[in-house]
Design a binder for this molecule. Sequence first.
Ligand code: NOJ
Length: 562
Amino acid sequence: MCPEPFDQPRTGPAEGRAGGGGPPWWRTAVIYQIYPRSFADGNADGVGDLIGITERLDALAALGVDAVWLCPFYRSPQADAGYDVADYCDVDPLFGTLDDFRALLARAHEIGLRVIVDLVPNHSSSAHPWFEAALAARRGSRERSRYVFRDEPTDWRSVFGGSSWTQVPDGQWYLHTYDASQPDWNWSSPDVVDFFDRVLMFWLDLGVDGFRVDVAHGLVKDAAFPSFPDDPLSVHAKSAAPYWDQDAVHDIYRRWRSLLDRYTALDPSRPRVLCAEANVSVRRAVRYVRRDEMHQAFNFPYLNTPWNAPALRSVIDHTLAEYAAVGAPATWVLSNHDVVRHASRLGYPEGRPPRRGGIGAADPQPDQALGLRRARAATLLMLALPGSAYLYQGEELGLPEHTQMPDSFRQDPNWVRKNYTGSDPSDGPGRDGARVPLPWVSTATAYGFGGFETTWLPQPEIYAAYSRDLQEGVSTSTLELYSSALRLRRRFELAAGEMEWLSPPDASHLEFRRGEVTVTCVIGDEDVVLPDDVEVLATSVLPFSGVAGPDSCVWWRSRGRA
Ligand code: NOJ
């Protein structure tokens, strides 16, 4: 359990690189998502861990990112890869110890990287002591009031399939928006509110730079518990479900913002930040980043946009306008641990797989070469947009999804709850294909992920060719594309400032100016000839011939301005 916090906030160690003048770091940051199980295995047991991360942090600083976001590493039965937390203030032995975390944080700060940790406030694990106490207590007790218990279930459906209610021996039902092992907290309980204050303060006192807030749109439920039988991931559900995006969630974020601001006030060079994982429309997402709420929100509408120029232009314009209206930076993202990696997603004609929820060996397979070509272009497009960007571990290698994983290895509860029963053929085999251990060294055990051959999810043989060691210093590699793009992004201050469209709205390419840099991204089936005498700063297709072909992106400027 979480210890009592100190009376006063403590600043924690370290001074980050973005202190001093200029916009606060989070407005322009490139944030690298680490999925601890699959980043690096420091103790050779086949599962990634905190020691492994610390050992490899220098590689991320060299890549040029500003911050890392760590997916959950807390004590957990791992029913949903750590998004089922049994102790919010301790490290699961699978990943190491609190001292390992302290060492990670110290090293990150030493080399100028900020550290954001995951906060899971919508639900705990059913192994959390408070849920165990709730089960042991009688109906109507204070212990039960911390979770959502009712005498009758509703028709609400779990995100992972089936009903979102499970009955307990005395006849009551508890709500779980996700797996039955992930009971939802009741945010009208003062105990829960106080508890999460303590969790935040625990990690802030240790010195973290902020939190990525899991299911930020889900914490509050409509107290009338109306009927809602729709699929929770449908477009309709996103705007109408009684368990998504309720107004009262914002009270929680205002409270947390003022708590974080107390820490920031102690050391203004280290603003502490909140980022919402709110899977809602852009118009609704910006409500989470009003001035007294969170700092950032993920841009899922951008991630979900197909490979189509007018559609991309429209989501970019809409995003920039809506975020500007609330004074928050836009964010951009192409991949994460819940979606098909963009190097594979874009290998389908429309830029999206035939069915949602992962790719199985029996599904139509993506065109890997097309996917990688487009992924490189999509990344250059994204990194030229104003605001902050999120990268998912491995995308800097051009890493594809593992699309041939034998079903027997799969662990995603999404797959276990739905497809084991074959109940929903429109849904894929789950998210494991995006979560496979990274390849670092092509010839080493587990491709350099760690010293144990059998990794927790199997690595496909094709990963050898994507290994980091084969890409370092190779000018045509995806790794070098990322690191030069990040360098140029900083040099030309692309994360701040205005954006001016040069291409017409209905064109099948996108062209815009960011200060002295022009970005030409060809999506459709055409060539765009660049003016003579330009200086090419970055290009997704090498060698560059002066013509931007289909599925390519170029950053350039006139030689006269060089
Ligand atoms: C969103 C996380 O990204 C995902 O991995 C998890 O399964 C759900 N939230 C539930 O915590």
